[in-house]
Every structure is written in structure tokens, then in C-alpha cells.
Design a binder for this molecule. Sequence first.
Ligand SMILES: NC(=O)c1ccc[n+]([C@@H]2O[C@H](COP(=O)([O-])OP(=O)(O)OC[C@H]3O[C@@H](n4cnc5c(N)ncnc54)[C@H](O)[C@@H]3O)[C@@H](O)[C@H]2O)c1
Ligand SMILES: [Zn+2]
Ligand SMILES: [Zn+2]
Length: 371
Amino acid sequence: MKITAAVVNHVNAPYQLETLELTALRQDEVRVRLVASGICHSDEAIRVGDEEYFFPAVLGHEGAGIVEEVGSAVNGVKAGDHVLMSYAYCGHCHPCRQGHPSHCQDWGMMNAGGFRADGSAIHLKPDGSKVSNMFFQSSFATYAHTAFNNLIVVDKSADLRLVAPLGCGLLTGSSTVFNGLKPQPGSTIAIFGTGAVGLAAMMAAKISGCRQIVAVDIHDSRLALARELGATDVINSAREDVAGTIASLTQGHGVNYAIDTTGVSAVMKSALDALAIGGTLVPVALTRHDLTFNPLRHLIASSKRIVGVLMGDAIPQVSVPQLIDWHQRGLFPFEKLVKFYDFADINQAREDSAKGVTIKPVLIIDKSYSV
Ligand SMILES: NC(=O)c1ccc[n+]([C@@H]2O[C@H](COP(=O)([O-])OP(=O)(O)OC[C@H]3O[C@@H](n4cnc5c(N)ncnc54)[C@H](O)[C@@H]3O)[C@@H](O)[C@H]2O)c1
Ligand SMILES: [Zn+2]
Ligand SMILES: [Zn+2]
């Protein structure tokens, strides 16, 4: 069938709305009619070539929509269900069975491989050439072919436009705290970069009972929002000395936990330096930059840890409903991060996010949708 998709034709190319062929639905796939999609920084990282990818590509991995057709081998979801899409996982390898689907042994192939396991493409150009997909959903499009494990069925009373971005950035930020760090109540945390991932981490730190939550960014507007959402202290690192300020805020001890969402080498290093003895750093950014440190001086001597956490180590079908529940109870007010754009304005939305004007752009793909 013919669909409209925002295609990136090569590294650094703008998104271009094109008509593509969505190849026949396989028996283990589900067709979703997109209502909305968030834009995550990872879409941008791929577009600008921070991560190697196959182009042309249809990006987008925070889709929300309505199930239209279900392959004959799929159980547990039906046409008409309202769904969010998160990442893909096999569900039957050892890490999946142990409850860590983001450790799935096929994670890279399924989410960043661009094609089905047999190498075929879900999307084709009119001339029959292959277009790659992202996260087995490619949500910057009017329709997606995805897999059952990508789906989170939500109540029809949930506004699909608002909850769309829960599938990646907000899930990652919050779950990095809940599952990756599991902070002790009364502990201290610093979050470097207060975009969507950082602010979600901050709200989760507050829910977890962290006593001191320090937010670091270079945009005053983002820091003002960070304060509104629960930061006890904010630091504009473009003007202030981060190390000195964190030391004085913590009586010279440093913080128990740090998360870096910037991917900037110097910022990742300052996050490591900001840790107290025995503290843990999680760097989450998709970045081409390295973090350089001396194992003895910067890690062993102070019993610090650096931990890799993908997608917050979350099971999306468990964590997303929990985020919706916290949102309904006013504990996870992520609507303050969201700004809506028409699908056709995807390049403007991307630019606003890169400039720091918009924290979480959400594209409205089906303008006729209402709750
Ligand atoms: N590990 C994962 O599973 C996973 C999942 C989703 C996103 N990500 C990655 O997380 C990162 C953050 O995503 P996001 O959507 O929140 O991005 P974002 O662009 O909205 O946020 C990044 C923030 O860092 C700030 N920043 C940039 N340079 C800085 C500096 N030198 N000092 C202080 N602050 C600085 C920006 O102002 C911005 O507020 C991205 O790299 C994204 O690709 C990782
Ligand atoms: Zn698996
Ligand atoms: Zn993402």
C-alpha cells in the first residue's frame, strides 16, 4: 500500500515527505495507522551521522496510533486497539526471558539494522529500491508495520498525541533512574543536560525520594523548567563552575549518582568528577565522543562506577503504563515538555529541538484524531 513518510535520503539531508510503498504485512507483523510521533534526539543523531546507518531511511521511534490489521500469527492485540510503539525485542532469548529485553541478543539487528531479519525492506521507493526502518516502527509516516513486542496497548481515554513520546526518551530517562540507578531515598543526584531524557530522569529522581537533585544545562529556560519539575539546585554550566558549585552544594562530598545526557566529552568527565566516593555515573547519550579517564585516579581510588544502560533497562509494557498512571496523578507532568507540530513541519520541529526552543516535539500525523 502507498503511505506518506518523512524520508532522510542521506546523512544531514532534511526530512522530505515522499510517497513510499509499504510492503505486504507479514504474518508476524501488525499494521498501525499513526496518529502522532515524538521526535527524540536519537533520530537527530542518526540523521547527522553520529551513528552509522543505511540511507535512505524512515526514522521515528516514538509512534502512537491505532491498530489496523494484525498478521495471522499475532495474538494479544486486535484491530482498533490504541497503541504506543517502543523498541523491538525477540522475547525468547535468555536476556529477554530474564526480564531484560533491552539486552536482547538481537537488539541491534531489530532496532538499528534497518531491515527485517531476512534482509528485506519494509519500505520501498517507487522505483523498488530499499528504504531502511528504525526500531521496527519508523513512525515518521502515516502507517507502520511493526511487531507485537513493540506495542503497548493503552486505554482509549488516553490522548495518543500526548502519550506518544513515552515510547523512548521519557521512558529512557525515567527508567535509567528506576532500574539503572535505583537511588536510595534521601540520596543526591546530578543530571547533566535537561532535555527530554534529563527532565524525565529528574522527575523519576523526585518520585524515588532523592533529597538533592542538581540540574545542569546551558539554557536558562530549560533550567527554569527543571526547577519547576523538582530540581533543588540548577547550574548554568555556560556561566558557572560546575565542579565548584556541586562541591559546595554537597559539603564537599559530591553526588551519589550522575546521569549525562549531553554526550559532550568534557561534560561526561565533569559528571564523573562530580560523584561522591562510591557514586555511579550513567552516560546515556548517543554520541561519537569519548569519555577519557584514568582507572586508578578517577574510578578505583574512589570506588566509582560507570554503567551502561540502554532504554533504561525497561520493559516498555510494564513501565509505560506506570508512567501514564504517575502522569494522571500529577507526579510525572511531562506535558510541560511537549509542543505539537504538523507532520509537514517536521524540519521546523527538529530545528526547534536542536536550538533548545522545544524540549519534546510531537508531530501530529492524523489531524482528524480526537480523544
Ligand atoms: N541510552 C538510551 O537508551 C537512549 C535513549 C533515548 C535517547 N538517548 C540519548 O539521550 C540523549 C539526550 O536525549 P534528549 O532527547 O533528551 O536530547 P536533548 O537534545 O533534548 O537534550 C540534551 C540537553 O543537553 C544540553 N546540553 C548540550 N550541551 C551541553 C553542555 N555542554 N553542557 C550542559 N548541557 C548541555 C542541551 O541544552 C539539552 O537540554 C541523546 O544523545 C539521545 O540520543 C539515549
Ligand atoms: Zn531477545
Ligand atoms: Zn529515542
